[in-house]
Design a binder for this molecule. Structure first.
Ligand SMILES: [Zn+2]
Length: 109
């Protein structure tokens, strides 16, 4: 299971102000991030980077955004991740392997 975890991607985080302000890489594990508002509110532990979008969508995290008046910024950040294809990170790999070009030879006379 753990081999499918992806590394923290700074370039992805830097593309969104909300993410940049709230998400930092875990210094001990490059595959994990620390969610600053959740760390402050819940003493939340580092989370797999793969689960970033899932975490932002969680009620726990949404509550922190509500408290900071950043619901809109959070929604935008989630949309941004979707646009970047974050959801399909794992799927992309497998479909690329399965993709085969099929050449159909048709004879016409
Ligand atoms: Zn959080």
């Amino acid at each position: 299971m753990s081999k499918s975890h992806t590394n923290f991607k700074m370039t992805l985080i830097e593309g969104s102000k909300y993410l940049k302000d709230n998400i930092v890489q875990d210094r001990k594990d490059e595959k994990k991030f620390i969610c600053l508002p959740c760390k402050q509110s819940y003493k939340s532990q580092p989370i797999w980077f793969n689960n970033l979008k899932e975490h932002l969508n969680s009620n726990k995290h949404k509550k922190t955004a509500d408290e900071l008046g950043e619901e809109e910024a959070l929604k935008e950040a989630i949309l941004y991740l979707e646009k970047k294809g974050f959801l399909n990170l794992k799927r992309m790999k497998t479909t690329m392997l399965k993709k085969k070009k099929r050449k159909l030879k048709t004879k016409k006379k």
